[in-house]
Design a protein around this ligand. Structure first.
Ligand code: HEC
Ligand code: HEC
Length: 275
C-alpha cells in the first residue's frame, strides 16, 4: 500500500497552477461566447424598433413588384387605364389597407377622403401624403394614369369622378365615328367664350383649375403668355389633337369640336389673349 501511495503521480507546483488556470478559463470562455451570441441576436433585431425603418423596409419590399409590372406594360408608352394602374401598383396597399391605406370598395374608408374632391385626391396621389408614397412609389406613372387610378378606386367606393380618357385611341375612334363631311374645320367657327365656360367647367377644369399634370391654369397670364403667342388656331389644334400632358379634347372623345373651340376660346380670353 505504502508502495502504491508513493507511486501516485505527485503534481508539481507548475502542474497545479496550469490546472487551476485551465479550470477558470473554460467557464470564462463559455460565458464570453454566450454574451457574444446574445449581442449578435440583439443586433439583428434592432431595425424593427423604429417604425419608420420598418415602413421603409416594407416599401422596399413592395417596390420591385410594382416596377416590374410597370416595365412590362410600358414598352411602347401606352397610357394605362385606372384599373390597370391599380392592379399593377396601388393594389399592394389599397387592397388590404396596408399602412392604413383606404381600402378599395370601402365606403367608410373613402367617404371623408372623397369629400376633399377629385383634384385634391389626385394631387395627394401624385405628390404623396403621409404614408402614401408619391405615385404609389412608381415614378414611371404619368399624371393622367395616377388620376385614372384615383378615379377607379374612389368610384369603387361611391364617388363618380370622371377620369381623363386615353388620347390617341380616343381621337382615332372619334374620327372613325364622325363622317368627314360633317366635321367642319374647327378653326373656321368663331368660338363663344361664354358657352366655353360651361364646357371648361365640365371637362377641362379637372386639370386646368389646379394645374395638375403641368396644365396651364385658367386665368394665369404668366402660364399662358408664351402659349398665347402661338395664336388661337394653333392652340385649338393642340387641344383637339392633344400635346404632351394635354390629352386630345381633354380626354373627351365625344366632345363636339364647336364645344372644344368654345372652351379654348374661354381659356384664351381668361388669360388676356385675343381670338
Ligand atoms: C406603399 C403603400 C401604398 C401604395 C403602393 C399606394 N398607396 Fe395610396 N395610400 C397609402 C396610404 C397609407 C394612404 C393613407 C395616407 C393618409 O391619409 O395617411 C393612401 C392614401 C391614398 C389616397 C387618399 C389621399 C387623401 O387625400 O385622402 C389616394 C387618392 C391614393 N392613396 C391613391 C393611390 C394610387 C392612385 C396608388 C397607385 C398608383 C396608390 N395610392 C398606391 C398607401 C399606398
Ligand atoms: C388630364 C388633364 C387635362 C385636361 C382634362 C385638359 N387639359 Fe388642357 N392641358 C393639359 C396639360 C398638361 C397641358 C400642358 C401641355 C404641355 O404643353 O405640356 C394642357 C394644355 C392645354 C392648352 C395649351 C396648348 C398649347 O399649345 O400650349 C390648351 C389650349 C388646352 N390645354 C385646352 C384644354 C381644353 C379646352 C380642355 C377641356 C376640353 C382641356 N385642355 C382639358 C392637361 C389637361
Amino acid at each position: 500500500m505504502a508502495d502504491s501511495n508513493a507511486k501516485m503521480p505527485q503534481a508539481t507546483p507548475q502542474e497545479v497552477i496550469i490546472s487551476v488556470v485551465a479550470g477558470l478559463l473554460a467557464p470564462l470562455l463559455a460565458i464570453f461566447l454566450v454574451v457574444q451570441l446574445v449581442l449578435s441576436i440583439q443586433e439583428s433585431h434592432k431595425p424593427d424598433v423604429s417604425s419608420e425603418a420598418a415602413q421603409k423596409a416594407t416599401l422596399a419590399r413592395i417596390k420591385p413588384l410594382a416596377q416590374l409590372a410597370a416595365v412590362d406594360a410600358n414598352a411602347p408608352k401606352v397610357e394605362k387605364s385606372g384599373q390597370e394602374v391599380y392592379d399593377a401598383v396601388c393594389t399592394s396597399c389599397h387592397a388590404a389597407g396596408a399602412l392604413g391605406a383606404p381600402k378599395f370598395d370601402n365606403k367608410g374608408d373613402w367617404g371623408p377622403r372623397i369629400k376633399q374632391g377629385y383634384d385634391t385626391l389626385i394631387k395627394h396621389a401624385i405628390e404623396g401624403i403621409r404614408q402614401m408614397p408619391a405615385r404609389g412609389g412608381d415614378g414611371d406613372l404619368s399624371d393622367v394614369e395616377v388620376a385614372r387610378a384615383v378615379a377607379y378606386m374612389a368610384n369603387s367606393a361611391g364617388a363618380s369622378f370622371k377620369a381623363p380618357e386615353a388620347a390617341p385611341a380616343a381621337v382615332a375612334a372619334a374620327a372613325a365615328a364622325t363622317p368627314p363631311a360633317a366635321a367642319e374645320p374647327a378653326s373656321a367657327a368663331q368660338p363663344d367664350p361664354a358657352k366655353g365656360k360651361l364646357v371648361y367647367d365640365a371637362h377641362c377644369a379637372v386639370c386646368h383649375s389646379t394645374g395638375v399634370a403641368g396644365a396651364p391654369k385658367a386665368g394665369d397670364k404668366a402660364a399662358w403668355s408664351a402659349r398665347l403667342s402661338q395664336g388661337y388656331p394653333m392652340l385649338l389644334d393642340h387641344a383637339l389633337k392633344g400635346i404632351r400632358g394635354m390629352p386630345a379634347k381633354g380626354g373627351n372623345a365625344d366632345l363636339p369640336d364647336a364645344d372644344l373651340a368654345n372652351a379654348v376660346g374661354y381659356l384664351v380670353i381668361e388669360a388676356g389673349g385675343k381670338l
